[in-house]
Design a binder for this molecule. Sequence first.
Ligand SMILES: *Cc1c(COP(=O)(O)O)cnc(C)c1O
Length: 485
Amino acid sequence: MTNTQAEQTLDPDDWDSFRSRAHAMLDAAIDQMINAPQGRVWHPVTDEIKAALQSDLPALGDAQTTDAQMKNLLPYGVGNTHPRFFGWVHGAGTPSNILAEMAAAAMNANLGGRDHVAIYVEKQVIAWVKAIFDFPASASGLIVSGTSIATLIALKAARDRVSDFAARKTGISAGQLVGYTSTQTHSCVARAFDMLGLGTDALRKIPVNANFEIDTDALRAAIKADRAAGLTPFAVIGTAGAVNVGAIDDLDTLADIAAGENIWLHIDGAFGATGILSDEIKPKLRGIERTDSIAFDFHKWLHVNYDAGFVLMRSEADHRRAFSERPDYLKGADRGLAAGNPWPTEYGPELSRGFRALKIWAQLSEHGTEKLGQLISQNCAQARYLGQLVDADPQLERRAPVAMNICCFRYTAPETNLNTLNEEIVIQLQLRGIAAPSTTMIHGETAIRVNITNHRTRRADLDILTAAIREIGAELVGSGSHAAH
Ligand SMILES: *Cc1c(COP(=O)(O)O)cnc(C)c1O
């Protein structure tokens, strides 16, 4: 380098103007949160925004247009910060998590390992999770992006334990290990079987009872049949809050079966497991404290801003033996920066990891488990209220019991194809910006599915929803476009 060339950096030349830029963005972010409950639920992305996001790769950057473009994006989310977002299972987020995200970005921490304060924040979160689920202090856990990856991590430990962890080196032979879950399972379980080399055929889908809970007699019979056929049952995956209707399997009985058969019991509790903070759901989760592992999300019913999931494991040894492999360049130490063993990277597939722990810690620290639990109960009461509105309306028909926070129903009309009609009603609700439920199939037929994991929802929002469904339903039936043939 010649001395006529100034050395460069990505830091601002002028910190004062950077400060005003940052304050302006913070104001825009807060305005976004203030305005979130008003207006349309879903703002479809405009052609202008799409075009602006198809520009050439910038060789020369520019802060002003970058900030302007970022601010332009803010309204165009899926709508899950709006009180009438009821689709799938999305958390609503909190304004205060913006602060945690700012602090985390300022530290730019890498939580793969080493001895620094962010690791202690994650350890605090792990200890709190053990307290929430009444797990022993000797248990272990890891913050991850979501329940899908948490499920993969838990089932990897379950898979490896069968061979006393030899499978890590030798792999597994196709079709030998089999696992069990209910027909209400989330697709992430089958995907984990695929990624772990078990194959999705090795996941047995056990039928459910009238409440959509796994039929435990059928489960016992399936395990017996597989053993008789010379196969090795290795895992039962129970569901605490099934995605279709919110059903919770009988976890105590599953724990008995798993203990009797020496099979790993994993729980997919993506949103439902956090119901343990609610007095009304807690009794339904009895037995969850006896499981080998739990996968759940902080970004759903605890409203941590995306993304934040967790895998909790009873056996720290099994967890670490399934993932630990430290090459020389990552060797730990007793002192200095490389201390703090074992490192988080020994509990999952990732090395570099961001500081998700801070926003989780801040959410629990600021709001407390009591209030978070009350908000969960509030959503359940709202779902029951919606169930009453549906039951009181001759045009509406409930399609499943309100198990927790989910109400599935449909609009009815004579001589009409109800599947296409209800699909169109949901699309119209979304397009018109009124509300955003989703659809699902119940007993082979389309239902409007309203999931309330939303601390902004009020009962009046459910009145608006049902009135709009009646109006749109009548309009569509009147236009004759959904007549049965
Ligand atoms: C959302 C959900 C998942 C997947 O969780 P991600 O955080 O999206 O990976 C799994 N199971 C159930 C029951 C869910 O609701």
